[in-house]
Design a protein around this ligand. Structure first.
Ligand code: 13P
Length: 250
């Protein structure tokens, strides 16, 4: 049985002060015996506030990106080691917004994933098709291509420590959530690609999260799908009550 992961991607929202007040509201709403893993990924500058607020709880903190170099003349970048030193233990990599606005490629995402693993972080690697690819029925091609160009380049040992988030871009921030059937089919395909490359055992262990307009009112339908090992939530994770409602559905 794969332990579910309920992850929050705060994107560019919440100062350190706002992060602290989120945790003050959020922690009392949780069941201390929650079976799932809760991961919250604030903006980098708010990570120390989140780490401090979450200490002693079952919540883990992650970054939203990192650079593959350990240190050096890379103005504006943050290394995986720096995230780890700040107390983060997870990191989201290859989010579609990073690919779209900051031109990250599959090979960049692979290098970042390897660097994150070397630093002891657990990566959540995002893949998913664009709206026009979805309309053109190319979802499966995109998934296969992104898997081959990204995570397939990991070693078996590295792959065992990675989670994948399937985030169809047409569902992100649109309110247009994928149906449980669509999400489940995509997850099955990812698991099938994982099996071809890394074997049946590794594919069965792989945790695949769904992301894109997950809300308290659609989480139950998604969580009924055994293929969904959790979710990566944007907008609905910014409010403590709404994210707590999502976590409870795990
Ligand atoms: P929304 O939940 O706001 O659609 O964002 C999803 C996402 O991009 C999570 O990484």
């Amino acid at each position: 049985m794969r332990r579910r992961i309920m992850a929050a991607n705060w994107k560019m929202y919440k100062t350190a002060e706002q992060t602290t007040s989120f945790f003050e509201q959020f922690i009392p709403l949780l069941d201390p015996n929650e079976a799932c893993r809760i991961v919250i990924c604030p903006p980098a500058l708010s990570i120390p506030a989140a780490v401090s607020a979450a200490s002693g709880t079952q919540i883990r903190i992650g970054g939203q990106n990192c650079y593959w170099g350990k240190e050096g003349a890379f103005t504006g970048e943050i290394s995986a080691e720096m995230l780890r030193a700040a107390g983060a233990t997870w990191v989201i990599l290859g989010h579609s917004e990073r690919r779209q606005h900051f031109h990250e490629t599959d090979s960049d995402v692979l290098k970042k994933t390897q660097a994150a693993l070397d630093a002891g972080l657990s990566p959540i690697v995002c893949i998913g098709e664009k709206p026009d690819e979805h309309k053109a029925g190319k979802t499966n091609d995109v998934i296969v291509r992104q898997f081959a160009a990204g995570v397939a380049g990991l070693t078996e040992e590295q792959f065992a420590k990675v989670c994948i988030a399937y985030e169809p871009i047409w569902a992100i921030g649109t309110g247009n959530v994928a149906t449980p059937e669509i999400a489940s089919a995509a997850h099955k395909l990812i698991r099938c690609e994982a099996e071809k490359r890394f074997g049946a055992e590794a594919a069965q262990q792989l945790r695949i999260l769904y992301g894109g307009s997950v809300k308290p009112d659609n989480i139950k339908g998604l969580m009924r799908e055994p293929e969904l090992d959790g979710v990566l939530v944007g907008g609905a994770s910014l409010d403590a009550h709404s994210f707590a409602a999502i976590v409870k559905s795990a």
